[in-house]
Design a protein around this ligand. Structure first.
Ligand code: NAD
Length: 497
């Protein structure tokens, strides 16, 4: 028997990755670890399947994706139970996550033709003799590398777009959630038994690296910023395009005319759902002075009612517990105050809800991704100061604003890919809205029209429909025609406005 255990990472025994529940340590299941040859083989199989899948056209794919959606909807409770069994996630959170994923599959299936299908584009005066035709063609095989924190919704954001656009997908789930990942693949195969359009390859990070180098046509990566850089570097070797959905340190701004109770409810949920292990989780709040005291009191009241082991599940990665503890200690060492929880909040595998105030902006609890059920709340003079502080970090994923008169103006000024006004995280559930970050939070988009276009290449075709009035693109043009060209350019474009 050969067993390898890298401290802090799931164990591998006899070529099988063993997935365990972070709260109980109970085994959730085993999956075979793919070596480099197995990853290459999966991509070869995917390439054959991709030809069939693309050939089905939008309607054929739509019918099959809607069948998969129906299987997931039928078995949503089972999926919620599996997310609890493997990830320790409260079942209701798993069900909410699965519901959003189902919504995205439905949307991608129904909208792919509208967004990606062939269409005529208008010609321009200078080339009126050619009609323009545009369509978006699939890449072929897309590699999807996923994280563990939302093992259903996060990869399905990419997978649904990639499949609807006509690609086959090879998916490398997180080593912490391979069983949920394999379940997604298995249910897809029930709905689409004909070819292996959607496969999984399992293992630690190196399997993700192998996927980047296996000849896929695009990589959609979701995970930490540090790993995202490694993925980009690996993909650079073959000029393989990438989408990077990376970490965040999302801020909420509470303005003077905000509904304070609603803001507190959203901050507590946005910060502490999934035990704070949420890429778009609220980690920092900037509340303006007139509402600050009432807001802090409401947050403490609501967060204080959450129970570890119930609403607050375990921290999935053992090493994250050290990071959360370091952030809390650093905040308190620098003069911050814990108005809920404190230095002893971290009790492996749980972290109790923790609310920190008066934390200096340079402390790690404000600057780095904590990924625990913690919030910093900072008093600011006005919304301008809040925006400046919110925008001061290299991350820029999501954000939230509570207020009335200026809320949307504030939202537009936040340096992030998404902002929820008078709620937290709501944008992720609206399949029409693109999702993705700026700066250290990555680039590229999933969800919405932009998300579908990420998984297809534009293909432009121009078709001659008559003789050229001003034949410029030929060696056979005459001096008179060039003079006519100059005259036309001046007529069309020499105006000052
Ligand atoms: P991670 O970066 O440790 O791992 C993500 C995936 O990358 C895993 O499948 C892992 O096996 C793989 N990987 C590791 N090393 C690799 C390598 N060298 N080459 C290729 N693949 C490799 O991230 P995680 O801990 O699983 O996830 C948490 C992070 O993900 C947080 O930072 C969170 O904010 C972020 N996240 C972002 C989004 C988003 O949409 N922006 C969504 C969810 C999570």
């Amino acid at each position: 028997m050969t067993a390898t255990r890298t401290p802090g990472l799931p164990a591998i025994e006899n070529g099988l990755l063993i997935s365990t529940n972070p709260a109980s340590g109970a085994e959730a299941g085993r999956v075979p670890v793919a070596d480099e040859a197995a990853v290459a083989e999966a991509v070869t199989v995917a390439r054959q399947a991709a030809a069939w899948w693309a050939g089905l056209g939008f309607d054929g794919r739509k019918a099959r994706l809607l069948r998969w959606r129906a299987v997931l909807a039928d078995r949503i409770e089972e999926l919620g139970e599996l997310a609890l069994l493997e990830g320790g996630k409260p079942v209701t959170d798993g069900v909410v996550e699965a519901a959003a994923a189902i919504e995205h599959i439905d949307w991608a299936a129904r909208n792919a033709r509208r967004v990606l299908g062939p269409r005529r584009v208008r010609s321009r005066a200078m080339v009126l003799e050619h009609s323009g035709h545009l369509e978006y063609q699939p890449y072929g095989v897309v590699g999807v590398i996923g994280p563990w924190n939302y093992p259903i919704l996060t990869p399905i954001g990419s997978i649904s777009g990639a499949l609807a656009a006509g690609n086959a997908v090879v998916f490398k789930p997180s080593e912490y959630t391979p069983i949920v990942g394999q379940w997604l693949v298995d249910t897809f195969a029930e709905a689409v038994p004909e070819h292996q359009v959607f496969q999984a390859v399992h293992g630690l990070g190196e399997v993700g690296g192998a996927l980047c180098r296996a000849g896929v046509d695009k990589i959609a990566f979701t995970g930490s910023t540090a790993t995202g850089k490694k993925v980009m570097a690996a993909c650079a070797e073959t000029l393989t395009p990438v989408i990077i959905e990376a970490g965040g340190k999302d801020a909420m701004i509470v303005d003077a005319d905000a509904d304070v109770a609603a803001a507190a409810e959203a901050a507590v949920w946005g910060g502490m759902t999934n035990a704070g292990q949420t890429c778009i989780g609220i980690e920092r709040v900037y509340a303006v002075a007139p509402v600050y005291d009432a807001f802090v009191a409401a947050v403490v009241d609501k967060a204080g009612k959450l129970r570890t082991g119930e609403e607050i599940g375990p921290i999935t990665m053992p090493k994250q517990l050290d990071i959360i503890k370091r952030h809390i200690d650093d905040a308190l060492d620098r003069g911050g105050e814990a108005v809920l929880g404190g230095r002893d909040s971290v009790q492996a595998p749980y972290v109790a809800p923790t609310v920190l105030v008066d934390v200096p902006e340079e402390s790690s609890a404000v600057r780095e991704e904590t990924f625990g059920p913690t919030l910093t709340i900072t008093k600011v003079a006005d919304a301008d100061e809040a925006v400046t502080k919110a925008n001061a970090l290299p991350y820029g994923l999501g954000g939230a604003v509570f207020g009335k008169a200026n809320a949307i103006r504030i939202a537009r000024r936040m340096r992030s890919g998404m902002v929820a006004v008078n709620s937290a995280l709501a944008f992720v559930g609206n399949a029409n809205l693109p999702f993705g970050g700026v700066g250290d939070s990555g680039f590229g988009r999933i969800h919405g029209d932009d998300g579908l276009r990420e998984f297809a290449r534009s293909k432009s075709v121009s078709v001659r429909r008559g003789p050229s009035l001003i034949p410029a693109m030929t060696f056979e043009r005459t001096p008179a025609q060039v003079r006519r060209l100059i005259k036309t350019v001046k007529m069309l474009y020499a105006r000052k406005r």
